[in-house]
Design a protein around this ligand. Structure first.
Ligand code: HAM
Length: 431
């Protein structure tokens, strides 16, 4: 029986001729950039378990959200506990923060994480059942400066990768009291048109009326013309906050668009929410999104501290990079590929290969040389920069010829100089 990968998941491979975005060197490069940027912005890594008690997400993400109502991978372990594969990272970070009393440790509470998230969604281009997120959570400041710090970090990350044509959509969802009033106003507005709404939106009318605002159905969008506006109902303090966020974004020369219908799919948000979309992705065009969630820590039994963060999907980022034909990092390839001829040469090369690797010079060796032509082909497939055919003659004379794979040029040097040559060559390449 053949085993197939579960629906909605994918392998990340050294080479994938069908889907270049699944090649591991691209993922490594994006992850490297994440770590560099987070270091500069003072966000430190947190790693939480892949699964948590189900209750955490039900409370944290919200019972009415799509994630909790239909997308969670929930199971019972052998001890009869209900556990859930994490559908997102924020609730887990809050749980760790509360459990370890991190508020009493002093300092700033700025965290980042990278890892897989699980949602039972209908798989489509750009939508997976296991996707990977880079997220940050900044806990402890209610100031607009903190909102802007998080948004600026996200955009700097995209810029460093070379992403272009991104839209920054911004909104404020105010406070709980405003949202309750707004929900009622929106429900009263839509109730008379109930039968004209899409089936999904009809269901949301009771359960999660705010989500009707970002319905993709064109008729729903038409019916929403003239609907009450959340922005116009904001409490003055929330309005001031929102205006200051916009002012600070202008100061950093960050362009954005206020999108009054942006509400996002998780229940914990208040005040600022944002989403970054790419015109180069299909229907699922949100590359990243986030917002403020000042009430979540206390809702989960922790201290009453404000917080803000974002999550951004690595699949969509790498797909956008490829669509935009951004210059991509080079594949991982050996600098030199050894082709030893005969037992003596093999023994010699074997020792030399490990010596070079100890010097952190990436080299490869063919243990199974049958025909030189065949080994050269292998060197080419691996993308080696140089190859070296080394037999008894070379061992006796101490003179070797490296072949530059791309140009077929030959470089003569003595065997003693090899490690210096490679070391200098590598340093040049890394510049
Ligand atoms: P989210 O908008 O649900 O937010 O997800 C963040 C990003 O993850 C999305 O913008 C998208 O790029 C990616 N994503 C989500 N679901 C999928 C999927 N099924 N397939 C592929 N990519 C996907 C959150 O998860 C919040 N925790 C973000 C946050 C952090 N808010 C505050 N702090």
């Amino acid at each position: 029986m053949q085993h197939a990968i579960p629906k909605g998941t994918f392998d990340i491979l050294p080479r994938d001729p069908d889907e270049a975005w699944r090649e591991s060197h691209l993922w490594q490069d994006v992850e490297k950039t994440i770590r560099e940027i987070c270091k500069v912005y003072g966000f430190r890594e947190i790693r939480t378990p892949i699964f948590e008690r189900t209750e955490l997400f039900v409370r944290g993400v919200g019972e009415g959200s799509d994630i909790v109502s239909k997308e969670m991978y929930t199971f019972q372990d052998k001890g009869g506990r209900s556990l859930t594969l994490r559908p997102e990272g924020t609730a887990s970070v809050m749980r760790a923060f509360i459990e370890k009393h991190m508020d009493q440790q002093g300092g700033l509470h700025k965290f980042f994480y990278v890892g897989p998230m699980f949602r039972y969604e209908r798989p489509q281009a750009g939508r997976y059942r296991q996707h990977h997120q880079f997220g940050v959570e900044s806990i402890g400041s209610a100031l607009p400066e903190s909102d802007v710090e998080v948004i600026a970090l996200l955009l700097e990350f995209y810029n460093s990768l070379g992403l272009k044509n991104l839209n920054v959509l911004l909104n404020s969802v105010g406070n709980e009291e405003t949202r309750t009033r707004f929900r009622e106003a929106l429900r009263s507005f839509l109730e008379p048109k109930r039968m004209l709404l899409s089936a999904d939106s009809q269901m949301r009318l009771e359960k999660n009326v705010l989500r009707i605002l970002d319905s993709k159905d064109p008729q729903d969008q038409e019916l929403l013309q003239g609907a009450p506006s959340l922005l116009e109902m904001l409490h003055p303090a929330d309005r001031d906050h929102f205006e200051r966020v916009q002012l600070l974004l202008h100061r950093l020369h960050i362009s954005f668009e206020v999108q009054p219908k942006l509400v996002r799919g998780l229940d914990y948000y208040n005040r600022t929410v944002f989403e970054i979309t790419s015109g180069d992705l299909g229907a699922h065009n949100a590359v990243g999104g986030g917002g403020r969630y000042d009430g979540l820590l206390s809702l989960l039994g922790g201290p009453n501290l404000p917080a803000i963060g974002f999550g951004t999907g690595l699949e969509r980022i790498i797909q956008t990079m490829l669509k935009q034909q951004i210059s991509l990092p080079e594949k991982i390839a050996p600098l030199l590929f050894f082709i030893p001829i005969g037992e003596k040469a093999k023994e010699y090369c074997f020792a030399l290969v490990f010596q070079l690797r100890r010097q952190r010079i990436p080299v490869e060796i063919d243990f199974h040389v049958k025909r030189v032509g065949h080994s050269l082909q292998l060197a080419e497939v691996l993308g080696a920069h140089y190859s070296l055919v080394l037999g008894e003659e070379e061992l006796l004379s101490g003179q070797i010829k490296l072949k530059e794979m791309q140009t077929r040029r030959e470089i003569s040097l003595s065997l003693d100089q090899l490690s210096i040559f490679l070391g200098e060559n590598l340093a040049l390449r890394l510049q």
